[in-house]
Design a protein around this ligand. Structure first.
Ligand SMILES: NC(=O)c1ccc[n+]([C@@H]2O[C@H](COP(=O)([O-])OP(=O)(O)OC[C@H]3O[C@@H](n4cnc5c(N)ncnc54)[C@H](OP(=O)(O)O)[C@@H]3O)[C@@H](O)[C@H]2O)c1
Length: 264
């Protein structure tokens, strides 16, 4: 598929400076699209943008914005123009016993993972519908498909993203806009490097973010949902077919073993 013909010349990627978002940005640039990189830290944004410009010869723009705030969202919607491909990879997680986690951090997680996802998708889909073409890639998580005790609010935010994406896939397809959801399992990024979890105590194997990004991009225009990795696909299948109570109990046992015991 010729991405530039299909989606126009500019893509906007949030969370573009790290992990899965950084890989998605590189791979979109490699397909010849100009990229708008969005994250908070200006230095990282500038470094990533110039590396991409040099390596792929595309134009880049950066927007430093805290997307967990209304001002940050407004800055992006008022600055970025002519976006034909929207990729929302910025996300955060909180883990620990639900009653012990800081409510401010839980609310910030909803602001970034849910509110910013809704607001940016709503804003940029307008011009895509008018043009009769566009692409939107949303990043959920396997946590959005199943109960994930000790990550309860995070799991809730990712379930929102999954169902928003599924609904928009149906609604925007007849208007020429491709919507796809990428649901990674454990992926080797800074998000999981220092979050109080000993992932070796779970059966999960962390995937490489570049492969996760590639699978997400390949899903655009072809399918509603991409779950990278064989093991993760099996977990996604189980999430659909096993009783929810059983999954909640099983996952509680698994996560309790792996989480920093001071957090529960
Ligand atoms: N890693 C995993 O195992 C995994 C699994 C399933 C799903 N996911 C999902 O995949 C997505 C990417 O995760 P990742 O692991 O690649 O994360 P990551 O390496 O921690 O990168 C997060 C990115 O988001 C930006 N960001 C964080 N808070 C922000 C805010 N308030 N406003 C604007 N930008 C913000 C960060 O830059 P700044 O700090 O400069 O803002 C960074 O560019 C997330 O939605 C995550 O939930 C990850």
């Amino acid at each position: 598929m010729d991405f530039r013909n299909k989606y126009g010349s500019w893509a906007l990627i949030t969370g573009a400076t790290s992990g899965i978002g950084a890989e998605l940005t590189r791979q979109v640039a490699a397909k010849g699209l100009n990229v708008v990189l969005v994250a908070r830290k200006e230095k990282e944004l500038a470094e990533h943008a110039s590396a991409i410009q040099e390596r792929y010869g595309v134009e880049t723009k950066t927007i430093s914005a805290d997307l967990s705030t209304a001002e940050g969202i407004k800055k992006v919607t008022q600055t970025a123009e002519k976006i034909g491909l929207l990729i929302l990879a910025a996300g955060i997680e909180v883990n620990g016993a639900f009653e012990k986690t800081p409510i401010e951090k839980e609310l910030q997680t909803i602001q970034l993972n849910v509110v910013a996802t809704l607001a940016l998708t709503h804003h940029f889909s307008k011009s895509m519908v008018v043009n009769g073409k566009g692409g939107i890639l949303l990043i959920s998580s396997l946590s959005g498909h199943m109960p994930n005790p000790y990550f309860s609010n995070y799991a809730g935010t990712k379930a929102y993203v999954l169902n928003l994406g599924a609904s928009l896939y149906g609604e925007l397809k007849p208007k020429g806009v491709d919507v796809s959801v990428l649901s990674p399992g454990l992926t080797s990024t800074p998000m999981i490097a220092d979050n109080g979890m000993d992932w070796n105590k779970t059966p999960m194997t962390a995937m490489d973010p570049s492969l996760v990004a590639e699978i997400g991009i390949n899903g655009l225009g072809k399918r509603f949902l991409s779950i990278p990795g064989g093991k993760n696909k099996i977990m996604g299948w189980m999430a659909k077919h096993m009783p929810t109570e059983m999954q909640a109990k099983m996952n509680e046992k698994m996560m309790r073993k792996a989480i920093d015991q001071n957090k529960i």
